[in-house]
Design a protein around this ligand. Structure first.
Ligand SMILES: *Cc1c(COP(=O)(O)O)cnc(C)c1O
Length: 387
């Protein structure tokens, strides 16, 4: 076949995809020995080895930083690693660390088991704390770890009041903001130093990846955390960064639709006789609602319920009757999930909210009437087994 001599060679044709390029790399290539020798000078933003990041990680970080209203962001391989990274960057043996008693479980375990053994003085505080936290501060208090609403039990802290005290006393603050996401609350706007999201949840949105983000305004903090990230080997796969960027394209729509359904489900559950309490600060009349209303401009799709006292078999009947809700941990994806937190877990906690089992529901994008019908059937099974 005759070749057209004027035809542009394929490799010389311009090509621009609408989607971001995924460049995989452990090795980053340098043009000269001089460039290689100076590679550390490229930090905190540049590329020198896979562990310091790839272009798509930087693209994701700048998107999240913009959402959070911060100048800088670091993407990490999980939400848990984002929490640990932030502590490892700034907390040392001999420091005093304050951790909310209802913060994410593995952060609490990391603090009370690992950090305490490394000589950090770890102290849990009441999840609904505000300005009274000042009485707990010591000269060596380094950081306060916040989460609102709290994991599983959904207590609301008075974040602005805690931050006011912390800033005045020179203590760093970090907040796990996964429930609200930056669409409903921006911790950096009220002066929190580090805003942390489990990107596993809303940003990814499809229950198929793990990632986390730490966002901040202070450049020196950012440089410290970038170094900490590479020393600890906490880089995120470029393919996962791609999936999160794709998730972010529909994030706002998913967030709003799932939030609207979650509020409907919460109101319906609140009126159901088998339900003792709905833990969902966006619900009028619920615990923490006043603070939520004052500080947040939206809410997540995750809610907890305390059912009427019942034997274990009634909970089994409830869960095993569910058809649309899938039984599983995590949340924030397009599929609705149900998870169970047994009573001993609550009872053994510092500052317990209840000594009963908690059922946690993540509301997805399914038809809301069908989700409510599913819960209705499961609660009937619960009641039959309870009676
Ligand atoms: C899921 C979750 C985390 C941990 O995220 P992973 O990516 O699963 O490690 C941290 N905080 C909150 C509030 C979460 O819901």
């Amino acid at each position: 076949m005759q070749q057209n001599p004027d035809r542009i060679r394929l490799s010389e044709q311009p090509f621009r995809s609408l989607s971001p390029a995924v460049q995989r790399a452990s090795t980053v290539v340098f043009d000269s020995l001089a460039d290689f020798a100076r590679r550390k000078e490229r930090q905190p933003d540049g590329f020198s080895y896979g562990i310091t990041g790839t272009p798509i990680a930087r693209e994701l970080e700048s998107r999240v930083a913009a959402l959070e209203g911060g100048g800088h962001c670091i993407v990490t391989p999980s939400g848990a690693s984002a929490l640990f990274l932030t502590i490892m960057g700034f907390v040392r043996g001999g420091d005093h660390l304050l951790v909310s008693a209802s913060c994410y479980g593995s952060l609490k375990t990391f603090a009370t088991k690992w950090l305490a053994e490394f000589g950090v003085d770890v102290e849990l505080f009441a999840p609904e704390s505000g300005a009274e936290i000042e009485a707990m501060l010591r000269p060596n208090t380094r950081m306060i770890c916040l989460e609102a609403p709290g994991t599983v039990t959904m207590e609301m802290a008075d974040i602005p009041a805690v931050v006011e005290v912390a800033r005045r006393r020179g203590v760093l603050t970090m907040m796990d903001n996964t429930w609200a996401s930056p669409l409903a609350f921006r911790p950096l706007d009220v002066g929190v130093d580090f805003s942390i999201e489990a990107a596993t949840k809303y940003f990814g949105g499809h229950s198929d990846l793990l990632a986390g983000t730490v966002s901040m305004r202070d450049f020196a903090h950012y440089a410290t955390l970038r170094e900490t990230q590479s020393i600890l080997g906490q880089q995120t796969s470029p393919d996962d960064c791609f999936l999160i960027l794709r998730g972010l394209e529909t994030f706002k729509l998913r967030f709003e639709a799932q939030a609207a359904s979650a509020l409907r489900v919460a109101s319906w559950l609140n009126a159901h006789p088998a339900v003792d309490e709905v833990l969902f600060p966006a619900l009028p009349g619920s615990r923490g609602h006043a603070i939520w209303q004052r500080d947040f401009r939206g809410h997540g799709c995750l809610l907890s319920i305390v059912l009427q006292p019942a034997p274990e078999a009634a909970f089994e009947a409830f869960f095993d009757t569910l058809r649309m809700f899938v039984i599983g941990a995590s949340w924030g994806g397009v599929h609705s999930l149900a998870a169970y937190y047994p009573a001993p877990l609550q009872r053994d906690r510092a500052f317990p909210l209840t000594d009963r089992a908690i059922v946690r529901l993540s509301i997805g994008l399914e038809d809301c009437d069908a989700l409510i019908a599913d819960l209705d059937t499961a609660l009937q099974a619960f009641d039959r087994t309870r009676a």
